[in-house]
Design a binder for this molecule. Structure first.
Ligand code: FDA
Length: 511
């Protein structure tokens, strides 16, 4: 047996052989190990004294460092996991049950926007906020359809799909990827041409972590008008929120593609009754001016009672700031800051997802509200589909949730108390809520969104699940695309080097 020290030494020697001496490596003895580890931890649930920690962290400075990390981890039988922005809901980019090494892409964050061609190359360690800022610096009429929270990393987000307020007009981030650079299991760098269409298909929604380490993506930028309109309209239960939410379900996916009208549902203190109540915030992005938006809303959703006064015109990049909770007159520089919002630093959370294909009845909604009132910091987000999402086939990329879905639900619960007892209670609550909504949401399979990772759907220790075990969660995330993912995986990584608790399994004869 190699002792831990000689084991480390052999690994380090291998790294120095395969890369230059500048490769930054941190062991638990390094003074900055803890701060580097914690820098991209976005869920306090996985930052406790008993949370397993990496044996080493490699903060790659260039592509060759990532190649060396793969070659040497494989050679020395080390479990390697990749972290870009660290937003994985279950901490899979920085926690594992078996000894592991992290390759952290934090320093690979260059972005080059070609405004003439309408394309950009973006490295996996950049954030979506950095991408939006870089696009806006070059052009007022280009945008990109990815998520809302600016600190989310490109690496995980694009690999699992990625969506935000441009979803209904342009689909997912992954729908707009046209090339990629990836380090494969042999430590080689492949682009779209050399990896082939099957692997290129898999890493756009199938979760990159099962197939390699994505270094960068090339994307097509999308057109946005110089003026867009936003609004937020809050209604609590006493003001008729339930009827409005119910009505929204008949409207939201059929609105013109230029209009994205989402609902955020929270528990607030009611000013009317001085008690806690449920509040529905109807929040919209319209790709056009307010004078065009009002008639659409009057015709399609008059119950909301939207007027000019509720609306604000702005540029697309200001709408990004607005949705992210910044004042709209801030400089877009704030999007570059990787320091996360305070709640992401202090809170633990658990989230789950569902797809809705038939409107939920008022009674069903009332049952959900009742449960929300049992918790301190619960939250729901209803994101409308339809539009472009219904035009793209279920098998175009591994993300399968297309035509027939009215909206998806993101359920979350956050807490700041520490300790296992608190965790158990809050997780118990969200599991009960998930059970409660069963009759109202998609069935056979009950679907889920990979980027809203949920280990309750099934998991395997160290990514060693059999095909039928992995199908438990695979079918929910990928529907009929699961088998094709298994085929690609079996071909490109037959020994299952790239794995995690919910990775795609291999079947040797399918390779
Ligand atoms: P992280 O680094 O944790 O990676 C996630 C997974 O991808 C891990 O399994 C990791 O190993 C793997 N991975 C990361 N980089 C890789 C690479 N370069 N190559 C191969 N594998 C790689 N989603 C959404 O669609 N719309 C939204 O608006 C939001 N908003 C949002 C807000 C907040 C606060 C959170 C915490 C999360 C979201 N999400 C979201 C979900 C988000 O899309 C999801 O968590 C992404 O996987 C995060 O990507 P990161 O790179 O930050 O995560």
């Amino acid at each position: 047996f190699a002792t831990p020290t000689s084991f480390h030494e052999n690994f380090l020697q291998c790294l120095s052989l395969h890369s230059d001496p500048s490769i930054p490596i941190y062991s638990p003895n390094s003074s900055s190990y803890e701060s580097i580890l914690q820098f991209s931890v976005r869920n306090r649930r996985f930052s406790t004294p008993t949370t397993p920690k990496p044996e080493l962290i490699i903060t790659a400075l260039d592509e060759s460092h990532v190649q060396a990390a793969v070659i040497c981890s494989r050679k020395h039988g080390l479990h390697l996991i990749t972290r870009s922005g660290g937003h994985d809901y279950e901490g899979l980019s920085y926690v594992s049950d078996v000894p592991f090494v992290i390759v952290d892409l934090l320093n690979l964050q260059s972005i080059s926007v070609d405004a003439k061609k309408g394309t950009a190359w973006v490295q996996a360690g950049a954030t979506i906020g950095q991408l939006y800022h870089n696009i806006a610096v070059k052009s007022r009429t280009y945008g990109f359809p990815a998520g809302i929270c600016p600190t989310v990393g490109i690496g995980g987000h694009f690999g699992g799909g990625g969506y935000g307020a441009l979803l209904r007009k342009y689909g997912l981030a992954a729908d707009n990827i046209v090339d990629a650079r990836l380090v494969n299991v042999d430590g080689k760098i492949l682009d779209r041409k050399s990896m082939g269409e099957d692997l290129f298909w898999a890493i756009r929604g199938g979760g990159g972590a099962s197939f390699g380490i994505v270094l960068s993506y090339k994307i097509n930028l999308v057109h946005v008008p110089p003026v867009v309109t936003v609004f937020t309209f809050n209604k609590n239960l006493e003001e008729g929120a339930t009827a409005l939410v119910e009505r929204w379900q008949y409207v939201a996916d059929k609105l013109p593609q230029d209009l994205f009208l989402t609902i955020l549902i929270n528990v607030v203190n009611s000013t009317q009754r001085g008690e806690r109540t449920v509040q529905a915030s109807f929040r919209a992005l319209f790709l056009g001016v307010v004078d065009k938006l009002i008639p659409i809303m009057e015709q399609r959703f008059p119950e909301l009672g939207l007027t000019h006064d509720n609306c604000t015109e702005m540029s697309w990049i200001q709408s990004v700031l607005y949705f992210a909770g910044f004042p709209i007159n801030s400089s877009s520089d704030v999007l570059v800051d990787r320091t996360p919002a305070n709640y992401l630093v202090t809170a633990s959370f658990k989230a789950k997802s569902d797809y809705v294909t038939e409107p939920i009845s008022q009674t069903g909604l009332e049952g959900i509200w009742k449960m929300l009132l049992e918790e301190n910091i619960p939250g729901l987000i209803f994101s409308p589909y339809g539009g472009r999402m219904s035009e793209i086939s279920e098998s175009a990329i591994p993300f399968p949730h297309r035509v027939g879905n009215i909206y998806d639900i993101h359920y979350s619960v956050a807490w700041i108390e520490k300790g296992l007892k608190a965790s158990k209670e809050h997780i118990g609550w969200i599991r009960r809520l998930y059970r409660y909504v069963t009759p109202y949401v998609s069935k056979f399979p009950r679907s889920a969104y990979l980027n809203y990772r949920d280990l309750d759907l099934g998991q395997s220790k160290n990514g060693t699940a059999s095909y039928s075990e992995a199908k438990e969660w695979g079918i929910k995330y990928f529907k009929n695309n699961f088998d094709r993912l298994v085929k690609v995986k079996s071909k490109v990584d037959p020994d299952n080097f790239f794995r995690n608790e919910q990775s795609i399994p291999t079947i040797p004869s399918w390779g």
